[in-house]
Design a protein around this ligand. Structure first.
Ligand SMILES: C[S@@+](CC[C@H](N)C(=O)[O-])C[C@H]1O[C@@H](n2cnc3c(N)ncnc32)[C@H](O)[C@@H]1O
Length: 204
């Protein structure tokens, strides 16, 4: 378990809803709804990372979801939202780098604002690759760096400060997904090229 990352996100848990629930969460809701609408009721689903559970209300009903997060404080804050989900949703404290799930055990993996936060993104994505079945799907809603000037420079500068308290803002997550072995099937830009949905498969 990466205790430095865990402590960082435990600290962020206290003010997370205040910072996210009414601004970013409302803004990104349509894109998140569109990504999570791909959850299938017949699939075994892994959701990374649960945070305080703000994403749960955009999950379709009746799915079978194992949700993980490195921060016990985040999982604790998510408890009521987890209990309110109309389907099967189990929440566990787990580091993506050190998951206890067997190889090839999930049909679908979903992530939400996660790979700006996971400290070793390519290794984290390789861990998701390991637990996905061949032919399994990876669906992501992610903040990334930009290739557009001056946003690329701004994101790198802002990242230096933001990463002390929360996410890194200049990651090339699409390249990281490919580097982990996935085949990227679709990328949709939600805001400029800095907020996007990424869809990929583990080759069968
Ligand atoms: C920006 S928050 C997003 C939370 C939620 N998906 C949302 O959009 O409201 C990032 C989350 O990633 C989690 N996280 C960071 N590194 C992790 C790791 N190595 N394994 C599992 N979760 C991790 C943090 O604890 C935090 O809850």
């Amino acid at each position: 378990m990466d205790l430095i990352t865990q402590e960082k996100w435990d600290r962020a848990a206290r003010s997370f809803d205040l910072m996210s629930a009414n601004g970013p969460e409302k803004r990104w809701r349509p894109a998140k709804l569109s990504v999570f609408s791909r959850m299938r009721p017949d699939a075994r689903i892994l959701f990374l990372a649960l945070g305080t559970g703000l994403d749960i209300e955009t999950f379709p009903k009746g799915c079978n979801i194992a949700a993980i997060d490195i921060s016990p404080k985040m999982i604790e804050a998510a408890r009521e939202r987890v209990a309110g989900y109309e389907g099967t949703l189990r929440a566990e404290v787990m580091d993506v780098h050190d998951m206890s799930f067997a190889d090839n055990s999930f049909d679908q993996v979903f992530t939400s604002c996660t790979f700006c936060s996971v400290p070793r993104p390519v290794e984290g994505l390789k861990a998701l690759y390991r637990v996905l079945k061949p032919g399994g799907e990876l669906h992501m809603f992610e903040h990334t760096g930009s290739k557009i000037f001056p946003f690329n420079v701004m994101m790198t500068q802002m990242s230096r400060l933001a990463s002390r308290f929360g996410p890194e803002l200049d990651r090339d997550t699409v390249a990281n997904v490919r580097a982990a072995g996935f085949e990227v099937t679709e990328v949709n830009h939600v805001f400029l090229d800095t907020v996007k949905t990424i869809h990929a498969v583990k080759p069968a």
